[in-house]
Design a binder for this molecule. Structure first.
Ligand code: SAH
Length: 212
């Protein structure tokens, strides 16, 4: 997601510590305390402007959601949505998906989502893809045994690559959708990119992959 640098983004994030976790290293191992309950914790890595994470949090009040993005301006737009939704079960983190073990203890995350991750189509950029093996090793550590990654994209190249990467890593492909919107899948919450690309007629792919 490309956005222009937003003036005041940093102050906006800093002024809302009830939603934006400013010292995430300190939250490691105590996310249930941060949320003030024992509900499951689901994260989205690369949450963009936050339509998915706020939609999911509204739909599932018994689950705690954390939206994670590496771009300050993007996260500040997600914060706008979170403030407007006024939900207690959502937090935001400005960190890199490759360093999640600094912020989450082993098994502390119950489920993770990747939506419309940057495709990095050039082979020499393979290591930057959020479904590359080294990222999977990071996710495996913070998820419980048999934890799952739920991934959606419109990018066929990235989808095929990710199916291969999951399976090469030894994950089980529990379910695969080759056209999510034409399927009987219920309760789908659309992301910003999903709205944009499906309007253009793009098919949406989805997979639920499980560590074993
Ligand atoms: N999920 C949103 C945004 C998709 S764009 C949607 O579907 O609309 C991909 C997002 O991933 C961008 O906002 C980008 O900043 C973020 N991103 C890319 N690499 C990342 C990384 N290593 N860690 C965290 N976020 C990352």
């Amino acid at each position: 997601m490309r956005v222009r640098k937003r003036k005041g983004a940093e102050e906006h994030l800093e002024n809302n510590p009830q939603y934006v976790i400013l010292n995430p290293e300190e939250a490691k191992g105590r996310w249930r305390e941060v949320f003030g309950n024992d509900n499951p914790v689901h994260i989205e890595v690369g949450s963009g402007k936050g339509a998915f994470i706020t939609g999911m949090a509204a739909q599932n009040p018994q689950i705690n959601y954390i939206g994670i993005d590496i771009q300050r301006s993007v996260l500040s737009y997600a914060l706008d949505k979170v403030l407007a939704s006024n939900l207690p079960n959502i937090k935001l983190l400005l960190v890199d998906g490759s360093s999640l073990t600094n912020y989450f203890a082993d098994g502390e995350v119950d489920l993770m989502y990747l939506n419309f991750s940057d495709p990095w189509p050039k082979t020499r950029h393979e290591k930057r893809r959020l479904t590359y093996g080294s990222f999977l090793a990071t996710y495996e550590q913070i998820l419980p045994a048999e934890g799952e990654i739920h991934f959606k994209t419109d990018n066929r190249g990235l989808f095929e690559y990710s199916l291969a990467s999951f399976s090469q890593y030894g994950m089980i492909l529990k379910k695969v959708w080759l056209d999510l919107h034409a399927s009987d899948y219920e309760g789908n919450v659309m992301t910003e990119y999903e709205q944009k690309f499906s309007r253009k007629g793009q098919v949406i792919y989805r997979v639920e992959a499980q560590f074993k």
